[in-house]
Write a protein that binds this ligand. Structure first.
Ligand SMILES: *Cc1c(COP(=O)(O)O)cnc(C)c1O
Length: 395
């Protein structure tokens, strides 16, 4: 095996060369603490503020509405718990969906133990929520709607602008976990009426361990971490200066090149899906056919165990995922695939391929050829498949 072919960009991405170059000085010569008043401290502070402006201009908000955090999960915790604790006297009801990332779902479980009431909206077979169901679940006590922008497993993009309109009309705060969407989809928090938004640098060619949250000016949101006065007193702790610089550069590159990037990776994705459908029978493509992240492909292969498929691909240097990296290790079928109505037996044979900027058509051909081979090999070992074929032949 010579080369790694990476098709798991929804799990994480490599740091872009240009991003790394901008980060490097902040590990060495510019090591000052941004709270210090001498020059290297001021330089670090300036670099953070430049990153904040880059984030703000990418999603159309004010720089002072951006707060840096340690990761996407922290931003999600901050949004949900922060809004819940700060608005407790107004109500204790939160609306979210069944297909959120564990960073949202497990935060909701904690809030439930603390007395908050959570409604988990259903999704249809494409992974979309219903605006009607959302409206019908709003009560006098609803303080927050938290619905992900784009799903990390099936890529489905929710009707964010419509959700924002409903939230605004009913005077309810709207948070969106946009960790998969930032850098892949145009985002305008004003036009979309978004009050809080989470992002994470390592999902868009920035470094791991740094995220950000947009909190609209005037929104009541409690801080979760006590200490110094960093991040306008909202998030104590000396800033990850190099990481923040990296996040700022990565988001700038992503939005400057968005159209070309999307065109090229959705081309690869469509080519991949065409090849699979042409060459492998008994497959089902999951997620919405058009309202989907450009680099996402989630396909169920009947009569296949996804883990075995991954191991076979790994032997060929191919990195892919069965569902989400966050739930691998557990053998339960993905909560997202169950929510779109897949039976256990089909959900367990699912492969998530997420394309990124270093992938080429030659990589895709390599992937397809190895998939055809591995699927055939595994099916020939499946008694269920062999029985199925026998019955077909009898007909
Ligand atoms: C990756 C991811 C997260 C978590 O981000 P981290 O930076 O890894 O904590 C949250 N939500 C979604 C949708 C994600 O894809």
């Amino acid at each position: 095996m010579d080369k790694i072919r990476y098709f798991d960009h929804a799990a994480t991405t490599a740091v872009d060369e240009e991003v790394l170059i901008e980060m490097l000085p902040y590990f060495s010569i510019e090591y000052g603490n941004p709270s210090s008043l001498y020059s290297i401290g001021r330089n670090a502070k300036k670099a953070i503020e430049e990153a904040r402006r880059r984030v703000a201009s990418s999603i159309n908000c004010y720089a002072k509405e951006i707060y840096f955090t340690g990761c996407g999960s922290e931003s999600d915790n901050f949004a949900l718990k922060g809004v819940a604790y700060a608005n407790r006297e107004k109500g204790n009801h939160i609306i979210t969906t069944k297909i959120e990332h564990p960073a949202i779902l497990n935060t909701c479980r904690t809030l439930e133990k603390e007395g908050f009431n959570i409604t988990y909206l259903n999704v249809d077979e494409d992974g979309l929520i219903s605006i009607e169901e959302l409206k019908n679940n709003i009560t006098e006590d609803t303080i927050l709607i938290s619905i992900m922008f784009a799903n990390n497993e099936i890529g489905t993009i929710q009707p964010i602008e419509e959700i924002g309109r409903v939230a605004k009309e009913r005077h309810i705060l709207f948070h969106t976990d946009s960790v998969q969407a930032v850098g892949n989809v145009p985002i305008d928090v004003q036009k979309m009426n978004i009050d809080l938004l989470s992002m994470s640098a390592h999902k868009f060619y920035g470094p791991k361990g740094v995220g950000a949250i947009y909190i609209k000016n005037g929104v009541k949101c409690s801080k979760l971490q006590d200490g110094g006065h960093q991040e306008k007193d909202k998030r104590a702790g000396t800033e990850n200066v190099a990481g923040i610089v990296g996040l700022g550069k990565a988001i700038q590159i992503a939005y400057e090149n968005l159209d070309a990037y999307n065109a090229s990776i959705s081309n690869l994705r469509d080519y991949y899906e065409m090849q699979i459908q042409k060459n492998i029978p008994y497959v089902k493509v999951n997620g919405h056919i058009t309202k989907r992240l450009p680099g996402n492909s989630n396909i169920s292969f009947k009569f296949i165990d996804g883990e075995s498929l991954l191991l076979n691909l790994d032997m060929k240097g191919i990195c892919a995922s069965t569902g989400s990296a966050c739930s691998s290790g557990s053998t339960n079928p993905s909560h997202v695939l169950l929510a779109i109505g897949l039976p256990d037996s089909i959900a367990k044979g699912t492969l998530r391929i997420t394309f990124g900027k270093e992938n080429t058509k030659e990589d895709v051909d390599y992937l397809v050829n190895n998939l055809i081979e591995a699927v055939q090999k595994l099916r020939n070992m499946s008694s269920e498949y062999l029985q199925f074929i026998k019955n077909q032949n009898l007909k």
